[in-house]
Design a protein around this ligand. Structure first.
Ligand code: MN3
Length: 339
């Protein structure tokens, strides 16, 4: 099972200028063949199907544990897409008869608006749905690990291409971070195969050749050693990671791989503003907020929401970032009859 922590793995910039076509490109990293949903589902099903896991414990632990980080990568890509779509339609109350979505017909992926609430979709950059045939789970450990090495190789290649294509700061922060973390997983699978077969894939297939330390959005994470760390995403389990993930980094012989014996602390996500024109979360979001307040009060909870976000509003400290500013402060609510 997976325990859930309401944090993102790394900080993303708050919404700025929306970039709907950049968001469509970032979809490749979510629902593409080599996207995060593929890494998550591949390692999840390989771990679900793993036989004689006690006999092969360090390898089982490696695959099962990396699956948990991939869940958080899917979440991070979704948060990036949602950030980039924020403000593409008005964040203020709108009259539907004023055609608030009319300016969006040129968007690469109209389903961001027509099939969803300006949010991420389980699709690639061309709108093709992710599908289960992207999962390889043969049951043969060497085959599965070899597949995983190449999956991470293709995934990093895709991240670099999106970095090259999209200049939006959220997309750059995302791809810079994922290039580093994907590199760790690539090394982890290479180390596992080296231990099992003697073949050193990092030497045999040094691909993709990505100068991560020349990418500023990657370098910030490398300066903190994130290219060397494999986190253990469980309170008590998956304790044999260090039996496989150890030794010098294959591309940086002076630096040692290390298992961090806990999950990363993470950072609170930015609470993205309502988008009333696409009914997210409603065309009159303040009515839902009022219902939530009443329910909290009736349940004996605090009047203020208990969640932690990067940009708290109300009586808590108000952040100076764009997302907070985009929140309607004192606008006239569009009543239910205003439609
Ligand atoms: Mn990943």
């Amino acid at each position: 099972m997976i325990l859930r922590i309401d944090r993102l793995l790394t900080e993303l910039p708050p919404p700025s200028e929306p970039d709907v076509n950049g968001a469509a490109a970032v979809q490749e990293l979510l629902g593409g063949k080599f996207g995060e949903l593929s890494t998550f589902m591949n390692y999840s099903f390989q771990s679900f199907n793993f036989r004689n896991r006690q006999g092969a414990r360090p390898f089982y632990d490696l695959v099962a544990n990396i699956a948990a980080e991939e869940f958080a990568h899917v979440e991070l890509v979704a948060a990036t897409i949602n950030t980039m779509l924020t403000g593409a339609s008005p964040t203020e109350a709108v009259r539907v008869t004023s055609s608030p979505l009319a300016g969006l017909t040129g968007a690469q992926n109209l389903q961001h608006f027509l099939g969803g609430g300006q949010g991420s979709l389980v699709q690639d950059s061309m709108g093709k749905p992710w599908n289960g045939s992207y999962v390889f789970s043969s049951g043969d450990l060497v085959e599965d690990l070899t597949h995983n090495f190449f999956l991470e190789t293709g995934a990093r290649n895709g991240k670099l291409k999106v970095y090259e294509m999209v200049e939006h700061p959220a997309a750059r922060a995302l791809t810079g971070f994922l290039l580093v973390r994907g590199g760790v997983h690539q090394v982890a699978y290479a180390r596992a195969l080296e231990n099992l077969t003697g073949a050193n894939l990092m030497k045999l297939f040094p691909s993709p050749r990505i100068p991560t330390d020349l990418i500023p959005e990657s370098k910030v994470h490398m300066d903190r050693g994130e290219h060397l760390k494999l986190y253990r995403f469980s309170p008590d389990d998956y304790r044999e990671l260090a039996a496989v993930f150890n030794g010098p980094h294959p591309e940086r012989p002076d630096e040692e791989l290390v298992v961090v014996d806990e999950a990363p602390a993470g950072v609170p996500a930015t609470d993205l503003p309502s988008q009333p024109a696409v009914f997210a979360p409603d065309y009159a979001p303040e009515e839902i907020a009022e219902i939530a307040r009443k329910l909290r009060r009736a349940a004996g909870l605090s009047d203020e929401p208990s969640g932690v976000v990067a940009n708290p509003t109300g009586s808590k400290k108000r952040s100076a970032n764009g997302a907070a500013k985009a929140k309607p402060a004192a606008r006239k609510p569009a009543g239910r009859t205003a439609r």
